[in-house]
Ligand binder design. Sequence first.
Ligand code: GTQ
Ligand code: FE2
Length: 354
Amino acid sequence: MARAAQTKDIDSQRQDYKDRLRKLGISPLWDQYRDLLSIEPQITSVPHIWKYDELRGILMESGDLISAQEAQRRVLMLENPAFQDQCKATETLFTGLQLILPGEIAPAHRHTPNALRLILEGDGAYTSVNGEKTVMHYGDYIITPNWCWHDHGHEGTEPVVWQDILDLPLLKSIGTIFYESYPDEQFPEGPPPGDSLHRYGSNMLPVGLQPDNLNSPIFCYPYEKSRETMEALSANSELDPYHGIKMEFIDPTTGGPAMSSISTFLIRMPQGFKTERYQTTEGAIFTCLEGKGRVVIGSGDAEQIIEFSPRDIFVVPCWYPHRFEVDENTYIFEGTDKVVQSKLGLWRERRGNT
Ligand code: GTQ
Ligand code: FE2
C-alpha cells in the first residue's frame, strides 16, 4: 500500500518536473536515451521501386504543361514514401527524372549541391559544365560538381530523359545550400566536347596537374566504355559473392570517388547469379540499365521482393539486409552516400548473417 502510493508519488513528481522543464524548452535525455542511441541504425526511409514503364507516360505529360525554360528544370521527384513532400529518396540523396524536349534549353545556373545524371532515354541532348558540352547517350553518367555552371540543351528529335541524383537532403540538413542563376540562358561555350575525358580520362594526366581533391575533372563516364570494361572483365574474374562484379567510378587525379559526396558504382551480375545477404550503412539508389531480376530486402516476416527491369529505380535504405538474383546478364548503376560516411569514419558493412 505504502509502496503503491510512493510509486504514484514519484510518477506524478516526474510528470510535474517534465512539465516545468518543457516550459523552459528543456527535456530529459533519459526519456529518449534508448531511441537515440539505438543498438543498430533506425532508418526512416523504406525500400521502394519506381517502375519506369509506370512513370514514362506521366512524365511525358509534363512536357505539355510546362517548358524547361519556365520550370528551370522539368523534373519529377522520386520521393521515398516515408518522406512525402521532403524531396528525399534516402536520408541524404534526392533523385528525380528530368525531361527535355527537342529545341529546349534548361537555363544555366550553379549551386552547392553536387549533381549527377544517368541517361535513360533518347539521344541528342547535352549538358554543358562550365561551357564544356557532353552529349548524352543511354547509360552515360555525367557529373555537375558543386558550384560549376551548368545548362542542358537538346539538338535532337526525340524526348530525352535522365535520372538526377543530388546530395540535396544532406546539404539541407547541414544548411549549406547556395544557388545562383547565370545572367544568360547558356554559359559561354568553352572547351570542345570530350576535352575533359581526353585530358584526364585516358590513362595519362597532364604533367604538373594539381588535383582539386574534391570532384573528378571528368564530366562524363560513357556507358559504352564502362560496359565494355566490365564485359571484358567478366570473362576473367572471380565474382564477389556479395556484389558480382562491382566497380567504383573514380576521380583519376586522386584515385578516390568521382564525387565528394556521392559514391557511384557499376555492377554486373551474370545470368542466374544470386548474391549472398549483405548489409551496409550507405543508403543506396539503384538503377537497372540492362537485364532483369529481383532484390530481396529485409528478413523474416518483413521480407520484400522487388522485381526490376531496365530503367527501374529502387532504394535500399541504410542497414537493410538484401540480396540480388538476376535472370539475365544484368547491369546496375548505384549512387550512395558511402563517401560521406567514409570520410567521417562511419561506413560499415556486414557480410552474410554474422
Ligand atoms: O539539372 O541542374 O533534379 O539543379 C534538381 C536540381 C536537376 C539540374 C535536379 C537541379 C537540376
Ligand atoms: Fe542544377
